[in-house]
Design a protein around this ligand. Structure first.
Ligand SMILES: Cc1cc2nc3c(=O)[nH]c(=O)nc-3n(C[C@H](O)[C@H](O)[C@H](O)COP(=O)(O)OP(=O)(O)OC[C@H]3O[C@@H](n4cnc5c(N)ncnc54)[C@H](O)[C@@H]3O)c2cc1C
Length: 692
């Protein structure tokens, strides 16, 4: 007779794993790590703890999270299937009434100093006045994730004010204050279908985040982000089967406990998710009832530091600011310069802070549009954000365009020579289509020359941050070229990223004219320009995504090499910092539509209607030729500064544009009227109405 394998996960947990495409992987993983006994290491761990968290459901089915404490050693395990907890709950804790033979408990052992934790669930196999014996159903370890480091010390219980208990049916001001400032709480959940499956029962989990990660919608309702975790979905899986939770907040400074129970709802698709860094989902908690248990803990904890994972997440203040920033996307906002750093002999970085910290969300590789009045004339230029979306600041890194003849670049010279910390610059939110997707299943190779390194450093920073957050990363190779070490930027920063990536991110430095004192293999890896052989040495041609950024001739030659090496067009992404001149070969997906011979163009706000013909150029040139002054920046389809509403008609783009456009928008600098028939008399005059 074949033995049936019982899943370590119950139906609710399995449904969520299915939903997120990790079911098979987690079943295999769960079979390995979820045991029906405690490994020796866990037994030793519990034996030295001064407290544990406990989940249970009361006689009405409400889950609660509690804390049990005593001197270290108050937990022992006579064998690997049982633990004894030698203590009693604090007065007023609903756990007191649930300590009955056969009742299910969930246990979380956690050491905030070391961030170690282990979990188990079981049923009460024996209980006396001051001791509970639990028979283990499941035991497993957990990684530190969002646990903040805290130092514990005990105080003399006799020195504490008298214990008090206050009942709640909604949050009072003290509870609101505690929750608003919390970076840690514990959540109990419970499933019992009567099947006696070891995967069912009570569970208590830790939840951590930046202060402000719990939104208090009203005195009865909280909204809480769910971050990437271990994919067990012990808590959310329980919610799916039984939408109830018990929350425990600890006032770490005063030894108070706030324990509340209520109903929950998982929000899979809330629009708020996109604004909250790190949130994969949200869930709401609506309090039914609860208690303040004050002065009950003779333990105090001092915050040492936030978990590195926590630092990559947001809070509701940041989420609301991001939401507000999105509504201001297309408006100029005064960003303040907070820091200026010289990165090389040619390049300076400018750190920028949006007003009221309203930082719009963006993708690594996108650029900001800047506007400055220089010598009495408004100038607009675009600069790639060289920081990552997870950084708390915007950074742009600007090459000082020295005179090719005797005329230095207008904007870059101004930034380098006249902009100081504290100045405000008008900025439009990031945009652009040259973006890196850290969730891609393919390895990526980023190839840059000179200042083309700016999108690449944003991408590399993002890849590393996402690797910390998600614990997955695809191999990433950067090939960065410069003339010499004097002109090269971000050498230390990129090397540090590579060093922290456990070998997943690799940097190849190419110098075309290395200084004689530099050592090959230490200061750089390739002498000369990036060539086909170098590309070949890092490329798994048909399996990689390749990103190119640099001068036009550089990009064309890299592109040609990549095509010869077998890279498909759809996996080569390129951005030029000027007019895009990359000529793609025939398997390119960019198809041009027919251009009109002539058209009638109406600029509605200017009350101007003019005939356009093929020789009049793009719509920006056409508007200017008729005395209009639309805003513009790069004039090459990239910065989006000349984006306006297209009220009717169709346009064709003469070059690849990298600005995201809504259906009813047109980028004047790159568009011309499209040919189409407007009536049945074969009249082929095209008409456009533009909001300008
Ligand atoms: C999507 C995108 C992203 C970008 N990201 C970055 C970035 O991250 N970092 C960065 O540094 N740049 C970036 N740029 C380029 C940036 O927008 C500017 O184009 C660049 O800084 C030059 O602007 P400027 O005003 O200094 O030069 P301009 O005044 O516009 O002059 C451009 C060039 O022409 C030369 N020139 C000007 N007038 C003459 C003349 N009469 N005769 C001969 N030569 C002349 C100048 O010396 C200069 O080399 C990006 C551009 C785009 C489109």
């Amino acid at each position: 007779m074949s033995e049936t394998i019982v899943s370590p996960f119950h139906l609710g947990e399995q449904k969520i794993q299915h939903r997120l495409g990790v079911r098979d992987k987690m079943e295999r993983f769960g079979q390995q790590v979820i045991r029906d006994y405690m490994p020796e290491q866990h037994r030793e761990f519990y034996a030295q703890l001064p407290f544990v968290f406990v989940a249970h459901a009361d006689q009405h089915g409400w889950p609660w999270a509690s804390i049990l404490f005593n001197q270290p050693g108050f937990i022992d395990s006579p064998d690997n299937k049982h633990i004894h907890i030698n203590t009693i709950p604090v007065p007023g804790d609903p756990l007191i009434n649930s300590l009955k033979l056969g009742n299910q408990l969930g246990i979380l052992g956690i050491e905030l100093e070391t961030r170690r934790r282990n979990r188990l669930s079981g049923h009460i196999s024996n209980v006396s006045e001051n001791s509970i014996e639990l028979c283990i159903n499941q035991a497993f370890g957990n990684c530190p994730q969002y646990i903040q480091t805290r130092e514990l010390h005990s105080i003399d219980p006799m020195s504490m004010p008298p214990k008090t208990e206050e009942k709640l049916t909604q949050l009072d001001q003290q509870a609101i204050d505690l929750i608003s400032n919390s970076d840690t709480f514990f959540v109990a959940s419970y499933v019992a279908t009567g099947s006696n499956k070891p995967s069912e029962g009570a569970d208590v989990s830790h939840r951590g985040g930046k202060p402000g990660f719990i939104r208090i919608d009203d005195p009865q309702t909280l909204t809480i982000p769910d971050y990437l975790g271990n994919f067990h979905f012990n808590t959310l899986g329980n919610f799916l089967e039984n939408p109830k939770a018990g929350l425990l907040f600890i006032d770490f400074n005063h030894g108070h406990l706030l324990t509340i129970t209520g109903t929950v709802e998982i929000l899979w698709d809330s629009p708020d998710i996109g604004f909250f860094s790190g949130a994969e989902r949200l869930w709401t908690f609506r309090i039914d009832h609860g208690h303040w248990l004050k002065n009950v803990l003779p333990l105090r904890w001092k915050l040492q530091q936030y978990s590195p994972n926590t630092l990559l997440t947001g809070n509701w203040i940041e989420a609301d600011a991001a939401k507000k920033a999105v509504t201001l996307r297309n408006t100029w906002q005064p960003y303040q310069v907070t820091k200026i750093v010289r990165e090389s002999s040619l390049i300076k970085s400018f750190y920028l802070n949006p007003p009221l910290d309203q930082k719009p969300p963006f993708q690594p590789g996108q650029f900001l549009t800047l506007k400055i009045k220089i010598n009495g004339k408004e100038q607009i230029r675009t600069y790639t954000v060289s920081s990552a979306p997870g950084d708390s600041y915007f950074r742009i890194s600007v090459k000082h365009e020295q005179a090719k003849s005797n005329t230095p670049g207008v904007f870059s010279s101004y930034l380098h020579q006249h902009i100081s910390v504290g100045d405000n610059i008008n900025v439009k939110a990031p945009t652009g289509a040259f973006t890196y997707d850290a969730t891609s299943q393919r390895p990526s190779v980023l190839v840059s020359a000179g200042i083309g390194i700016t999108p690449m450093i944003a991408m590399a920073r993002h890849a590393l941050q996402e690797a910390v957050r998600t614990r997955t990363i695809q191999p990433l190779t950067l090939i960065c070229s410069a003339r010499n070490s004097d002109q090269r930027a971000f050498f230390s920063e990129l090397n540090e990223i590579a060093n922290n990536s456990a070998g997943h991110i690799r940097i190849v430095w190419a110098l075309s004219q290395p200084e004689p004192h530099l050592q090959m293999g230490v200061d750089y890896h390739h002498n000369g320009r990036i060539c086909k052989q170098l590309l070949q040495s890092v490329l798994q041609a048909d399996a990689c995504d390749v990103y190119l950024c640099g001068p036009n001739n550089f990009m064309q030659s890299q592109y040609n090499s990549l095509r010869e090496l077998g890279c498909s067009n759809t996996h080569i992404f390129a951005e030029a910092f000027g007019p895009a001149t990359l000529i793609r070969d025939e398997d390119s997906t960019v198809k041009a539509l027919p251009i009109a011979e002539e058209a009638i163009v109406t600029f509605v706000e200017s009350n101007l209607e003019q005939a356009w013909s093929k020789h009049d150029g793009n719509l920006l040139e056409f508007a200017e030729a008729h005395g209009l002054h639309p805003e513009y920046g790069c004039r090459s389809g990239q910065c989006g500064a000349c984006k306006v509403k297209l009220l009717s008609g169709k346009v064709v783009y003469q070059q690849e544009i990298s600005t995201a456009l809504d259906k009813d928008e047109v980028l004047l600098c790159s568009a011309v009227p499209a040919a189409y028939t407007v009536n049945k008399t074969n009249n082929t005059i095209a008409r456009l109405e533009i909001q300008l």
